[in-house]
Design a protein around this ligand. Sequence first.
Ligand code: 4AZ
Length: 581
Amino acid sequence: MHLLNVFANVLFATKISGLKAEFGRSDDSDDDDDANDWLFELQSLRGKCSPNPCLNGGVCDEKRNHFKCKCPKQFVGRRCERGKRVCKRGTCGAGLCLLTLSPPYYKCKCIPPFAPPNCKTIAPCDPNPCQNNGKCVDEDDDDFECICPDGFRGQYCQVDPDDCYEGDGQSYRGKVSETEEGDECLDWNSEFVLDKGSFPAAAFASSEGLGPHNFCRNPDGDKKPWCFIKKNRRLRWDYCNVRKCPTPATTTTKMVPTTAKARPTTIAFTDSIPPFVTTFQPNIPTTTDGSITPESTSSAQLATTPVPPTPLPTKDTSTKSFLTCGKPNPKKQINRIYGGLKAIPGAHPWQVSIQVKPKGSIQQYRHICGGTLIKPCWVLTAAHCINKNQDYRVILGGLNLMQKDQTDQTVLVEGTIIHEKFKETTDNVYNDIALLKLKATNGECAKETQFVKAVCLPKEPFADGTECSISGWGATDTSEYGSVHLLDAQVLLISQEVCSSNKVYSSLLDDGMFCAGYLKGGVDSCQGDSGGPLTCMRNQTHYIYGIVSWGDGCGEKNKPGVYTRVLKYLDWINEKIGGTQ
Ligand code: 4AZ
């Protein structure tokens, strides 16, 4: 998934669902213009004050065919959707610009050895950055070191000896502010985290423990506390170097680091995501070694002999159907105002990772494509993801491809059905749709849980301009081999007319395809996301509206992602799955 310039494109800042991921920052210019007006036009937001289209307390004024939002001082944009840029380039020198609730709506936080007030001069120990009576040692290279009293640790001795987290760390309120790799966390109210898409009020006093500080927290039900960091001038996140509390019965050795070394003032940028050794093959996949596979491969199921993919049994072996479709029940729906990001557990319970290995081989399975659970035994995907010479399995309910989650379900694929008129050309792909029939065990394929659910098939079109969701483990602007974590993003449906214009895809689209994304570039699906879902919501129900199919690059200007138009293939799908589950 390509998540460049997320904030430049985010229209509905207050409704970005909870996701944290790598994403780029928009340019540093103070662009308070309404570059995205054409999108509002697409959404026919004309003349309607009810419901109030103005965000962040904007007052709506209806005038004939138009509405106008009168925005509170701090907001701009047609719908008051963006916070004003208060920190111009260089305002805070080498420090961080933190957003505040009162004028001038920001303050600078200097990162030692840079000194207040402007963080432009270097004064390593003045004022003393070491807390808890830590001693600051001025080193030759304009750096410093904190010598901490016994038991205290952290770059600034801010972490006390009893600092630890319990369970998954959602209740952690300690002071660790460093990642596992030693990067310093950004303040939750730093402008870089919040950017101009939002106002920081919600970050100041949240029940999740977020606030105007940079301590690690777990506000979204992840496995342990994490924080945002800045790497290569991009916003990233990583797990924190925080200790798990000892269980009462066990005694642990007390860790007493004596010194905390300040890092060099220029951060050594490394990629926080472990190398992802799978190879995505966008079109017809061929086999490769050196793959990554979740540890879940130990499942007894996987030891079974390979199943020929076709022909499919006509009789459905499963009797159980799901109770609902399209109703996610995410673990925690926090109103994340930070931008594009890692998916919340349970937010895309129909998302599957399709994994392959050479037919009949004992090689490990590796992620090749995304897919969407539409029935307990059926996964919808792109035809270009299927290669008859491979064995297939799907992982349902998982977020992290590198580790087995408790919520994972691994199910073998009994057969594959590719659309009869699927055709790939050098420029595009026609009828890019396929079905995977899952193999039932004891009459059950996928089990419905909070993390595994089916999406609904669409019944009618969604309007151009509708904001829909894409998700996947595909390539990102910083990781060409894909993301270990499931990422998601919002994209807008683009009209066929606009997308078939000369500057976009000209005559390459047919009525089985549509475009979604932003003509400006940025947020997009990419290699490895193929086959995965584009879902749109109506009446609190999610529908699978598109399948990630193709595009000219990823995140490029005037080259949005192209999706298979699922609505066109409803009869085909129903014919193939019949009345089966
Ligand atoms: C691919 O190669 C691919 N930007 C998927 C999606 C897009 C481009 C390429 C859309 O699988």
